[in-house]
Design a protein around this ligand. Structure first.
Ligand SMILES: Cc1cc2nc3c(=O)[nH]c(=O)nc-3n(C[C@H](O)[C@H](O)[C@H](O)COP(=O)(O)OP(=O)(O)OC[C@H]3O[C@@H](n4cnc5c(N)ncnc54)[C@H](O)[C@@H]3O)c2cc1C
Length: 438
């Protein structure tokens, strides 16, 4: 029989505390500051640390991983080229994620079709991979940190004022990566930005269902057909979408809502709740339409609102949809993908412009930099493209490649300008993400 713990009296002492009127922001200095910890920001921060920089990684959420983790995107797209004879097009942290999650039971699932290969992942496993990689790299993390002000000195960003629930932080750095998805750093710095001119690009409230009967999960074609004929009458907003089965786990990832994602605080919050209501309608539809697969299913997680395209930088160069279609290989290419143009521009559906097996398109470094700033590089879904072009390069594969390029560019720029880089050296450093079938 074990001995019960010794009885102790509970502590009762308290002390009086009061905020000092002089308590200013805590000052933090780094070589490289990365704003945003999604696929692009994590890649940038880990690459900058690997290059020997002192890195601070800031995210407004209290959790790393951006949308990949918190919106439960659940599938890496753009890591492989098209077709059955495909090859990996992005390396760097993609190699580590594929290796380490691949070694865990049930953490990765490759979905291969004649057109493309995507990789489904367990978001909890990815979240822990990111946290451990960041911790081991010695990166300083500032979670729950929202930028309030950006101080420029001429063409250089000098300092950010950041608010957290625990107090303010004043963060200075030599170089800045804007991986905020919404070009939040560029916007606050007064740098030129873009938005879609022809109406909103819709986001999605993702849902993970558990206890799905795998044997009866509907085929994609059947789901597409029924959604087209019955979706609107069943109260769905979006009728082009899907449920992907994560085989072996009895879970399905449902991507079947379309919600606007404005950058206005009250509307953004209201629509986040609307997204959940839409998701519930979708779950009810799936249960009614496919009872054998979904009758016993429950929502395991809703995720945070999934945001596709909001505001992005007006860069030195803008990728165009025609360049994407033609596969233009820019001299300063730093990333590649063969992912389709995937523009979510109506409530009901999206444009899906697929490319052939040999197709590849590229991201030029010029689309990551602002003409008006010397120590700023964007990465991820807020680089410069026209609305359609951006929809094809914002998937997570190329976002990872862009993050690595941003870190290398700032490393090469040192105290100089990202507009006067040794481009031959930059393209050499990121060659694996642009060339080769490896
Ligand atoms: C519903 C949906 C489904 C998708 N499906 C796929 C898919 O299957 N496969 C795929 O590869 N891609 C998919 N995409 C696209 C892809 O998920 C995103 O484009 C990609 O994850 C973007 O990564 P990112 O690093 O650029 O930005 P994000 O992941 O959006 O990260 C940005 C981070 O910046 C932080 N941030 C923002 N503003 C501030 C601020 N002011 N201060 C501090 N921090 C800030 C945010 O909290 C966030 O964590 C999908 C997108 C959506 C919305």
């Amino acid at each position: 029989m074990s001995t019960p713990p010794a009885q102790r009296k509970p502590a009762t002492a308290t002390r009086l505390v009061r905020r000092s009127p002089s308590s200013g922001a805590q000052r933090v200095a780094a070589d490289i500051c990365v704003i945003g910890s999604g696929a692009a920001g994590i890649s940038a921060a880990l690459e900058a640390a690997r290059l020997g920089s002192k890195v601070v990684l800031v995210d407004s959420l209290p959790q790393l991983g951006g949308q990949a983790v918190n919106s439960i995107i659940g599938t890496f797209c753009g890591l492989y080229s098209n077709g059955l004879d495909c090859y990996q097009t992005v390396h760097g942290i993609a190699d580590g994620i594929l290796r380490d999650l691949g070694a865990l039971s049930g953490a990765l699932h490759f979905r291969r079709t004649a057109h493309t290969t995507v990789v489904m992942y367990d978001e909890v496993a990815l979240s822990r991979w990111i946290e451990e990689a960041v911790r081991k790299a010695g990166i300083t993390v500032l979670l729950g940190g929202v930028m309030r002000e950006v101080h420029m000195n001429g063409r250089r960003i000098e300092r950010l004022e950041i608010a957290t629930r625990y107090g303010d932080v004043s963060l200075s750095a030599r170089g800045f990566v804007d991986a905020s998805g919404d070009a939040a750093l560029a916007w606050l710095a007064g740098l030129p930005c873009r938005e879609a001119a022809d109406g909103p690009i819709y986001g999605t409230q993702m849902v993970v269902l558990e206890n799905v009967d795998e044997a009866h999960h509907p085929e994609r074609e059947d789901m597409t057909q029924r959604l087209a004929t019955k979706g609107l009458a069943s109260g769905l907003t979006r009728i082009q979408g899907f449920s992907f089965l994560f085989q072996g786990r009895g879970t399905a990832l449902v991507n079947l809502t379309h919600v606007e994602t404005p950058l206005e605080p009250l509307e953004a919050s209201r629509l986040a709740l609307e997204g959940k209501a839409q998701a519930d309608t979708v779950v009810a539809y799936l249960k009614a339409e496919y009872p054998k697969a979904f009758a016993g299913a429950r929502v395991r997680n809703y995720g945070f609102p999934g945001i596709r395209q909001t505001r992005w930088i007006a860069g030195r160069q803008q990728i165009t949809a025609d360049e994407v279609r033609q596969g233009v290989k820019y001299p300063d290419a730093i990333a590649r993908t063969s992912w389709p143009i995937e523009l979510h521009d109506t409530p009901q559906g999206y444009v899906w412009e697929q490319f052939g097996d040999d197709h590849m398109h590229y991201v030029p470094f010029g689309s990551l930099v602002s003409p008006d700033a010397d120590n700023y590089v964007a990465a991820g879904r807020c680089i410069d493209g026209d609305t359609a072009a951006l929809s094809s390069v914002r998937v997570m594969g190329p976002c990872i490649a862009m993050g690595a390029a941003a870190a290398n560019a700032l490393d090469l720029a040192g105290d100089g300008s990202v507009h006067q880089l040794d481009m031959a050296e930059l393209t050499k450093r990121v060659r694996d993400n642009v060339e080769g079938r490896g």
